[in-house]
Write a protein that binds this ligand. Structure first.
Ligand SMILES: NC(=O)c1ccc[n+]([C@@H]2O[C@H](COP(=O)([O-])OP(=O)(O)OC[C@H]3O[C@@H](n4cnc5c(N)ncnc54)[C@H](O)[C@@H]3O)[C@@H](O)[C@H]2O)c1
Length: 340
């Protein structure tokens, strides 16, 4: 490998522009090829981002010796298949969330990365927000005291057309679920990462209340019992009138931290600290959060330096396990014990 990682981007849909832009801009990467099963999309990306090679069959980039890494922006059910084939071809893989739609697949991906000695990363860009980093620091430094609980609320707007226009969204077999696995998973991941202790058990219920076209969850509530004695509450729906900024609160014996969208307010006695995002290089939607480029840069620095990525397969698996436990708990009416 040279001093740049040579990357192919697979999947040229909604989120892919944010990835392509970062891959073009970063000094750590060279975007060598783009792939989409739909020819017009692959061609469009090749022209828009000035990338010479485009393909409609992703196997073509796996065959190339001059490609070191694959970035996956595909429908959820394809993440595991493509990631495993890519890793077996010796490529590093950075995949969009969720890493897979079953834990068996997630575990196969983690094992393959180990066996093939390549790096596997999972996108959870909001961990890189200045707000998230500041709250993590307030927790690990003890400023918030002993952590007692957390609450999160994700209320976004996904009209029927969002599902009708997609051949995979809103389906159990291709998306793996609805609002929990697709939208709320980011804030669920942030909650567990910020709290930083093991999960004891999860109870949850979900329903499909406001969409006639789908049978996956469009509303869900969950109760997460973290060890030793911390309670996390989750509420998510995707039939709110608009995409409200996500809300996440973590509270301890000495203070409270609120994250609203990408801003944090940390209340410590009479002192209030506010933190906003210092830069916004991304071209994505506002409510996605704007730290994709930071995570992508960090991942490829780790590839170049041979380090374990901050959000590797094992770290990416945690929020997936939480979401899948929520589905299981709702179906069985019982709490799901961890490790899961
Ligand atoms: N991190 C974030 O904030 C964020 C935001 C949006 C989407 N995402 C994630 O990004 C991923 C993609 O989501 P999206 O909204 O861009 O989806 P999308 O449906 O807009 O794009 C998927 C693309 O993959 C292509 N494709 C399908 N099968 C293919 C195959 N076999 N080979 C090559 N290309 C194929 C489709 O033609 C499509 O262009 C998902 O995992 C999603 O959860 C993450």
């Amino acid at each position: 490998m040279e001093n740049k990682v040579r990357v192919a981007l697979i999947g040229c849909g909604r989120v892919a522009g944010v990835h392509a832009q970062a891959l073009k801009r970063l000094e750590e990467t060279e975007l060598k090829a783009v792939v989409d099963i739909v020819e017009e999309k692959a061609k469009f990306f090749s022209e828009a981002y000035d990338v010479k090679d485009w393909y409609t069959d992703y196997h073509k980039v796996l065959e190339r010796d001059d490609i070191d890494a694959i970035e996956i922006c595909l429908p959820h059910y394809l993440h595991a298949e493509v990631a495993i084939k890519a890793m077996k071809s010796g490529k590093h893989v950075l995949t969009e969330k969720p890493m897979a739609i079953t834990l068996e697949d997630a575990d196969r991906m983690i094992a393959t990365a180990d066996e093939c000695k390549v790096k596997l990363g999972v996108i959870f860009q909001n961990r890189y927000n200045d707000a998230s980093v500041a709250v993590k620091k307030a927790i690990t430094s003890g400023q918030l005291g002993e952590i007692k609980g957390a609450r999160m609320m994700l209320t976004w707007h996904r009209p029927d057309s969002y599902y009708k226009e997609s051949d995979w969204k809103g389906t159990w077999d291709k998306e793996g679920g609805g609002v929990l696995i697709d939208q709320a998973i980011h804030t669920i991941d942030l909650m567990q990462w910020l709290i930083g202790t093991e999960i004891d058990y999860i109870r949850a219920t979900y329903d499909t209340r406001a969409h006639s076209y789908i049978d996956v969850d469009d509303v869900a509530e969950a109760y997460i019992k973290f060890k030793p004695d911390i309670v996390g509450c989750v509420y998510a729906n995707c039939f709110y009138p608009y995409d409200a900024p996500v809300f996440l609160e973590i509270y301890g014996t000495k203070g409270i931290a609120h994250i609203i969208g990408d801003k944090a307010t940390i209340y410590l006695g009479n002192t209030t600290v506010q933190v906003e995002q210092s830069s916004n290089p991304g071209s994505g939607l506002r409510y996605w959060g704007s730290s994709h480029e930071r995570q992508i840069k960090d991942f490829y620095r780790d590839v170049l330096l041979g380090r374990t990525p901050f959000i590797d397969g094992r770290a990416g698996r945690v929020a997936l396990a939480m979401v899948l436990a929520m589905y299981e708990s709702s179906r069985t009416g019982k709490p799901v014990k961890f490790p899961y």
